[in-house]
Design a protein around this ligand. Structure first.
Ligand code: AMP
Ligand code: ZN
Length: 470
């Protein structure tokens, strides 16, 4: 079995064969840390997390780099308005980003380079491009001359002539003089009092695209295996990255370009500027569980299809997570029986089918279809037979292999641990049962109030005392 991914450049499925055998070098475009990322951003980061996890199952070594864009027009505007340095402006958003990654169980990249930490590398790269004659200077800064790079437009398929704005609507500010509307800024000149850097190129700040070329090459080399982002990154961002990187090095920049489709809301791209967005803290405040949110965003649609956000499927996602958790718990608590080879074979077949679907361009919806089909059959088979320890091991392997990708069980366990009772709470609950049995209701009410102060709500039902978190 080998993993194939759809490559945006060749528009074909390509087998992942790392340039350095056994070592996959992965670059994923990260957030602009100017406010709280929305769950559309996290759909992309989760698809990249699934890719990363599956690469780790398939290859001995993966190096994953995700940049943080911590300088751009909006950030500079906000920092100036708030009378603070850029680093002060971005710090809370960076913290929020990492908190959200952890909430969703997204594996940390090996490096999170910040654009402001790589100004020297960007300056050097721009100098290399100047030496190749594909740039020009004007009042506003230094521009890349698209006419100097004949392969321009191959990734996006957008004809080079008459290019305007990208799907993101995000183009470099056009208030500077350019020879051609298609050219883009590598370096923007700024005034002495503006936020910027004094460099060999003069006082200024980098354009957005040069950041990713400089940081990916600094950390992963001039050619890397897989480069990802959302589809709105294809043009102009990734098209420009190819032009800058390949014009400078003369080498192919990326082996496979992998892009995730958007999360939409009311059928429109989820975006801050359209106002149709949700953040993770919004959803948590509404009572949704991280495992369900993660599950829905990774299984709701194949990564190359849009997913329209809706809260109803979150309940179904929660149930699916519940079924997987129950199955895991059931398998763990199985006693040692004998036989059950049929059960082992069913589990092994499901694990195979799961892996084949993942290898086929990360077909997560199909993979979970195989998983839950098997869980249904296996639950039925386990009602009749307690299998041998060896078969039990095959069941555990199925759950572990699937969840190595899905990554929901650790989130469930974390939630369980957080809601487990402390020994003092256990003791109070037990005492309350005892005093009620002795019909000391005054004392039982006193303990109830005490528990409430500790954040635990007690309720008396026909089945006895129940508790939940207040
Ligand atoms: P940005 O901070 O705008 O550069 O976005 C960070 C990442 O989120 C990029 O890879 C974008 O392609 C991706 N992204 C932005 N909006 C959406 C969306 N509605 N659905 C999926 N991915 C998105
Ligand atoms: Zn990028």
């Amino acid at each position: 079995m080998s993993l194939r991914l759809h490559d945006t450049l060749t528009r074909r499925l390509q087998t992942v064969t790392p340039l350095e055998p056994g070592h996959v070098r992965l670059y994923t475009c990260g957030p602009t840390v100017w406010n709280r990322a929305h769950i559309g951003n996290f759909r992309t980061f989760l698809f990249e997390d699934v890719l990363r996890r599956w690469l780790e199952r398939s290859f001995p070594r993966v190096t994953h780099v995700m940049n943080l864009t911590d300088v751009d027009d909006r950030l500079i505007h906000n920092a100036t308005e708030h009378h603070q340095r850029l680093a002060e402006e971005t710090a809370p958003w960076i913290e929020g980003f990492f908190a959200d990654l952890d909430t969703l169980g997204i594996r940390r990249a090996h490096h999170y380079p910040r654009a402001t930490g790589y100004i020297e590398e960007m300056v050097t790269l721009i100098e290399r491009l100047e030496a190749k004659g594909v740039t020009y200077r004007s009042d506003g800064g230094i521009y890349f001359r698209i006419a100097g790079f004949p392969r321009y437009g191959r990734l996006s398929g957008i004809p080079a002539a008459g290019l305007v704005a990208g799907r993101s609507g995000r183009v470099d500010a056009d208030d500077y003089t350019k020879e051609d509307a298609r050219d883009f800024a590598l370096w923007k000149t700024v005034g002495p009092d503006d936020i910027g850097w004094d460099t060999r190129l003069g006082r200024g700040r980098p354009g957005w695209h040069i950041e990713c070329s400089a940081m990916s090459m600094a950390l992963l080399g001039e050619s890397l295996d897989i480069h990802c982002g959302g589809v709105d990154n294809i043009f102009p961002h990734h098209e420009n990255e190819i032009a800058q990187s390949e014009a400078a090095t003369g080498k192919p920049f990326v082996r496979i370009w992998c892009h995730g489709e958007h999360l939409t809301m009311n059928r429109e791209k989820m975006a801050k500027r359209l106002g149709n967005f949700r953040t993770l803290p919004d959803l948590l405040a509404a009572g949704y569980r991280p495992a369900a949110i993660r599950y829905l965003l990774i299984t709701g649609a194949h990564y190359r299809r849009t997913l329209d956000w809706d809260e109803a499927p979150l309940r179904a996602a929660d149930e699916a997570v519940g079924r997987l958790t129950e199955f895991r718990d059931r398998v763990r608590s199985l006693g040692a029986g004998s036989g059950g080879e049929e059960i082992g074979a069913r589990a092994a077949a499901a694990a195979d089918a799961f892996a084949r679907a993942m290898d086929d361009d990360l077909n997560v919806p199909e993979a979970v279809g195989h998983l839950f089909g098997a869980i249904r059959d296996l639950n039925r088979l386990l009602d009749a037979v307690t299998p041998s320890v060896a078969v039990r091991q095959q069941l555990i392997a199925l759950v572990e292999e699937a969840d190595a990708v899905l990554g929901v069980l650790p989130l469930v366990d974390r939630e369980r641990a957080a809601s487990a009772l402390s020994p003092e709470d256990e003791e109070l609950l037990a005492r309350r049962v005892a005093v009620r049995a002795a019909r000391d209701f005054a004392e039982s009410d006193r303990i109830r109030a005490q528990l409430l102060e500790r954040g635990i709500m007690v309720e008396d039902t026909a089945q006895g005392q129940r508790w939940k978190r207040a």
